[in-house]
Design a protein around this ligand. Structure first.
Ligand SMILES: Nc1ncnc2c1ncn2[C@@H]1O[C@H](COP(=O)(O)OP(=O)(O)OP(=O)(O)O)[C@@H](O)[C@H]1O
Ligand SMILES: O=P(O)(O)OC[C@H]1O[C@H](OP(=O)(O)OP(=O)(O)O)[C@H](O)[C@@H]1O
Length: 341
């Protein structure tokens, strides 16, 4: 591994920020300078899906144990493994060019660092995984039924900025509705928002909170903790983001196209079937495809073969309907990769 001279380090530090860098540059030398930097969640719920996406996009790398930077072997790209919550900061400041994180994390970051003409992130695309909701939750057996009833009480969350913003709005609305306290009769209630880094759902049972704001996907964690949701703060999923001025916009476009291809391949299957020409119109209505179905003549004059992309989650129902419409020899094939509009 090439070693790095002391006078090369400031340039790299300036590019990446000061976090952990002495350790990273000692191992990687100056190889980051001419590479596009791509931040990927280093752990947690988004990590594996991101690794699968990189694999499907033929982004080849070897990550040394304990090292949060990996050089990509077949593209001028370096992957930076960071906590999902920190990725909007690095991309927003232009220290890293591209990143994958949750939309909730971007929203949380933007509450404290609103975007300017040069800072902040640009959403490139929704990645179709990590879908969940940031919700206000209270004990199922308690007497709080509306988020307004938490005003002035204790709320625990890992998303303090979004939660502050949410309750400040509620407080403003409520003060407005009750004519405020200009006469001084009614004190202005302020909700107390406290931060915890994980296991947020335990806060009510432990008496730390009257309600929590936490992510809900299946709802299992919430129900197991005896909580239920009374309002949604943000709907979220994983997104690809870029900085406002990426160092290599062409490479950003190439990576975006590859990732889009993988997502399309995951979302769709290829369905082929034979149908009598007279029934083609009805069958095409069931399978209109992304643009239009591909129709090929068969040796048998009155029959055609159809090949069409169908959303994976709808395929069983589509097959039922096709059979009803007279289609036969229906085959479904997994799509390995795609480049489609
Ligand atoms: N249950 C979930 N289902 C789907 N996506 C989730 C879920 N929980 C979190 N996410 C998404 O993943 C992002 C990162 O959350 P996660 O809690 O996994 O991160 P972390 O704090 O880095 O990891 P860990 O909890 O292991 O410390 C969230 O901001 C959200 O966008
Ligand atoms: O609705 P569910 O499918 O049960 O998912 C929701 C849970 O997932 C996340 O936590 P995670 O398990 O990542 O760990 P954490 O509590 O340490 O954040 C989130 O904070 C919830 O606790």
């Amino acid at each position: 591994m090439p070693s790095i001279s002391t006078d090369e380090r400031p340039a790299i530090r300036q590019r990446m920020g000061s976090r952990s860098l002495p350790f990273m540059t000692d191992i990687l030398g100056n190889s980051l300078n001419d590479r596009l930097l791509f931040a990927v969640p280093k752990k947690g719920r988004l990590n594996q899906a991101c690794l699968d996406l990189l694999h499907g996009s033929d982004i080849q790398f070897h990550r040394h144990s304990r090292l949060d930077i990996a050089l990509v072997k077949n593209l001028p790209l370096a992957l930076i493994f960071l906590p999902a919550a920190d990725i909007p900061t690095f991309v927003g400041e232009g220290r890293v060019d591209l990143g994958i994180t949750g939309r909730d994390q971007v929203a949380e970051h933007e509450c404290s660092e609103p975007p300017t003409a040069t800072t902040g992130v640009v959403e490139v695309m929704d990645l179709d995984f990590g879908r969940c909701k940031l919700q206000v939750q209270v004990p199922m057996r308690g007497n709080i039924t509306k988020p307004e009833e938490l005003i002035g009480k204790n709320v625990v969350t890992s998303f303090t900025n979004l939660t502050e913003e949410y309750f400040r709005k509620l407080e403003t609305q409520q003060n407005g509705e009750t004519g405020d306290h200009a006469g001084g009769e009614k004190p202005r209630l302020k909700t107390k928002i406290k931060y915890v880094g994980g296991s947020v759902e335990a806060a009510c049972a432990l008496g730390v909170a009257d309600g929590i704001v936490d992510l809900v996907e299946s709802g299992e964690t919430m129900r197991a903790a005896g909580l239920h949701a009374i309002s949604t703060v943000v709907d979220t999923s994983a997104i690809l983001i870029k900085s406002k001025h990426p160092s290599d916009p062409k490479l950003v476009d190439l990576i975006t196209a590859r990732i889009k291809g993988v997502i399309t391949a995951q979302r769709y299957v290829l369905c082929t079937y034979n149908v009598e020409r007279s029934k083609l119109e009805a069958a095409s209505k069931i399978t209109p495809g992304k643009r239009a179905p591909t129709v090929t003549s068969l040796e048998e004059d009155s029959w055609v073969a159809v090949s069409v992309m169908v959303e994976r989650k709808e395929i069983a129902v589509v097959m039922d309907k096709l059979t009803e419409a007279g289609a036969c020899d229906i085959l479904v094939t997994k799509i390995e990769n795609a480049r489609a509009q």
